[in-house]
Design a protein around this ligand. Structure first.
Ligand SMILES: [Zn+2]
Length: 122
């Protein structure tokens, strides 16, 4: 389950960046995960819950919320330009029937943003 290692890395990076920005508590982490990015959203959410429970100090707390935004897979035909939802990696274009489509969306995996409180807020 590589989601576990991935989540630990995300928490480490967000914690570092939050500390640099003067954030004392991260309230929300938003991740964009493509349908075909090879990350299981449920496993990622579970890893987050478990890691968050084990944290005893730092900017990630038990109140930190993980928001997972799923980016749908989308392909565009190189022949006719038709855009469609692919079933497979080598999807046939439903418009012209050729298998020359390129995936234009759905492989993203990144931390989109995080929010938090600084010293001046309560
Ligand atoms: Zn086509």
């Amino acid at each position: 389950m590589h989601e576990w290692g991935l989540m630990q890395e995300i928490i480490r990076i967000v914690s570092e960046e939050a500390a640099l920005s003067g954030i004392v508590e991260v309230t929300e982490i938003e991740i964009i995960a493509g349908e075909w990015c090879n990350v299981l959203p449920d496993a990622l959410a579970l890893a987050f819950d478990c890691i968050r429970e084990e944290i005893r100090s730092g900017v990630i707390t038990k109140s930190t919320v993980l928001v997972l935004r799923i980016e749908p897979a989308l392909a565009k035909c190189r022949q006719c330009g038709h855009t469609f939802t692919p079933d497979y990696r080598l999807a046939l274009c439903p418009s012209c029937g050729l298998a020359v489509a390129a995936l234009i969306s759905g492989e993203t995996f990144r931390v989109n943003s995080f929010e938090g409180r600084d010293f001046n807020e309560n």
